[in-house]
Write a protein that binds this ligand. Structure first.
Ligand code: G4P
Length: 536
């Protein structure tokens, strides 16, 4: 169980940002991220949902998922931000889409968190998407708390699961709670570090009993655990205590060790423990990579970056919200910030905090906070905003799309609206839109088929335009740059039929296939063909 030792500096406490816990939950689809999100909100007192979780459809409508298509498909597509207060702290929970087609969006969301909770299905262990998301966390040294979910069902052996985390993710594991039985024999959770048993008088939602004891061998446990389970529990819990390293806050925060909790989000088992672990162990705002140098949360100037833009969040107000992670300074309503790159001054009239669908005006935000900034297309993913200093946060790239499609418009009279729709949605950063320098048909680029479906549905629903996507003659897109700008000009001129511009006007080379790309690379050795592009 979390102790209260802390690595926070006195400066952090004085400036208030030590009270921020900005984190994401990562998981493979269906491991239980949505359920856990909801249950954490419930345990924190941020929502009041009486009784059992309602039917999935209704639950999804009422909680973090926004969009019609999400409801239809029952998947979580858009990242949402949920801010809630608990135990004197402010938790900013960033929801990451679990579907692999949205990995780019997820990647960028993870640039805005200081820690993550990794949810694993006890019956399935580490799955493909868990692994990918974990790799992104590792790239940024994001500390991870592991939650092994669904212990109310038959699952795999706990040791096998721990060993799998250890070996596939190359991470030390430290079990914090231990399941007493699993599936039909499940009888509670045992706190290994601070010996006590959490159990329920009857099989219902959550625990209602806590039995403090001296350890797994304490005789009084026999009054609460059935004989059939007790022997095995004692043996495995003792082994768990001796076989794994002690919890080390430093090792966790450096990303070398993950504390592991067992539980069931659906049945509300183990939620308090996860919340306490985030409160006591998860780091407050950390140093953020930037140029010319990283930005510390206690730096005096206001600085942060946009990691997500969402258009039309509220169908009643055609609006666009930039999600901004504040990295240093104190943001107050009405502040004027400078957009790096353009140098434009932007007044933040209505910064917002989010609670799922609800919004609240933010009078003041501290480092670690995520504020929504309504705007009309001025702010894009990757933008840095400061109160004057010339700096740029790094590591929030655009990725080269893997699928390119030509856009065909049902009604040619609506070309202008279609352009607006494509540009609006591209600004969200999930899809790319390219305008060929020759020819009139727009090209969209995505990383997965599902994004095309979402794009089509959203253009129909939000802009009332019918579009179709047809195969494009091009299969590969690369941003082109060179040290000598004239070289880029020469290259684009000689390859005009293969050149398009992205939404910022940056030149992109569209190749029919890998061979054509290779050929261009060989012919133009001083031109760089990039798979990612960071906004400047
Ligand atoms: P995701 O966001 O990671 O995709 O997962 P989600 O929470 O939607 O959960 C996926 C399924 O797993 C849901 O069942 C959910 O009820 C179930 N689930 C989540 N946590 C637990 C748990 O602790 N124990 C058990 N037994 N099941 C859990 P579903 O059948 O797909 O939907 P529903 O109709 O039950 O809501």
């Amino acid at each position: 169980m979390p102790d209260h030792s802390s690595l926070e500096s006195p400066v952090a406490t004085r400036r208030g940002f030590a009270t921020r816990r900005t984190f994401a939950i990562i998981s493979h689809p269906d491991a239980g991220k949505t359920t856990l999100t909801e249950r954490l909100l419930l345990a924190a007192g941020a929502v009041h949902l009486a009784g059992n979780v309602r039917a999935r459809g209704e639950r999804r409508r009422t909680r973090s998922d926004w969009m019609e298509i999400e409801r239809q498909r029952g998947i979580s597509i858009s990242s949402s931000v949920m801010t809630f207060e608990h135990a004197g702290l402010t938790f900013n929970l960033l929801d990451t889409p679990g579907h692999e087609d949205f990995s780019e969006d997820t990647y960028r969301t993870l640039t805005a968190v200081d820690s993550a909770v990794m949810v694993i299905d006890a019956a399935k262990g580490i799955e493909s998407q868990t692994r990918k998301l974990f790799e992104v966390c590792r790239l940024r040294d994001i500390p991870i708390i592991t939650f092994i979910n669904k212990v109310d069902r038959e699952g795999r052996d706990p040791f096998e699961l721990l060993d799998e985390i250890e070996s596939t993710l190359a991470l030390d594991v430290c079990p914090v709670t231990w399941p007493v039985g699993m599936g039909t024999t499940f009888q509670g959770l045992f706190d290994l570090r601070n010996p006590r048993l959490f159990t329920a008088a009857a099989a219902h939602q959550g625990f209602d009993k806590q039995i403090d004891c001296t350890g797994p061998r304490d005789p009084k446990l026999a009054d609460h655990i059935s004989e059939a389970v007790l022997g095995d529990f004692r043996e495995t819990a003792e082994l768990a205590l001796s076989a794994y390293p002690e919890f080390s806050l430093q090792s966790y925060r450096e990303g070398h060790l993950t504390p592991v909790f067992f539980g069931s989000a659906l049945k509300n088992y183990g939620m308090e423990e996860i919340l306490s672990a985030i409160a006591d162990w998860a780091p407050p705002p950390r140093l953020q990579p930037a140029e010319p140098q990283p930005v510390a949360p206690d730096a005096p100037g206001v600085a942060g970056f946009v990691f997500k833009v969402q258009a039309n969040m509220d169908p009643n107000h055609r609006d666009r919200v930039a999600f901004f992670r504040l990295c240093s300074g104190r943001l107050t309503r009405g502040i004027k910030l400078r957009q790096s790159g353009t140098g434009k001054s932007i007044t933040i009239h209505n910064p917002m905090f989010f609670f799922a669908r609800e919004r609240e005006l933010a009078e003041e935000a501290l480092p670690g906070d995520i504020v929504g900034i309504p705007n009309h297309g001025t702010l894009c993913v990757g933008d840095t905003l400061t109160d004057g200093e010339e700096l740029r946060f790094t590591g929030i790239p655009n990725f080269a799309p893997e699928i390119l499609r030509r856009v065909r418009l049902g009604d040619p009279m609506r070309a202008k609206q279609m352009r607006r729709a494509l540009e609006d949605l591209a600004e969200e950063g999930v899809t790319q839109v390219f305008r060929p320098v020759l020819g009139a048909q727009w090209i969209v680029g995505v990383v997965g088929q599902l994004q095309l479906d979402v794009l089509e549905a959203r253009i129909a629903e939000e802009y009332k335009i019918k579009v179709q996507f047809e195969p494009s003659p091009h299969q590969v897109a690369r941003w082109v740059t060179a040290d000598d700008p004239n070289l880029v000009k020469r290259f684009t001129k000689s390859n005009a039929a293969n050149i398009a511009e992205d939404r910022d006007g940056a030149p992109v080379f569209l190749a029919r296939n890998a061979w054509e790309l290779d050929y261009a690379v060989r012919e133009w050795p001083n031109v760089k063909f990039l798979e990612t592009r960071e906004r400047t």
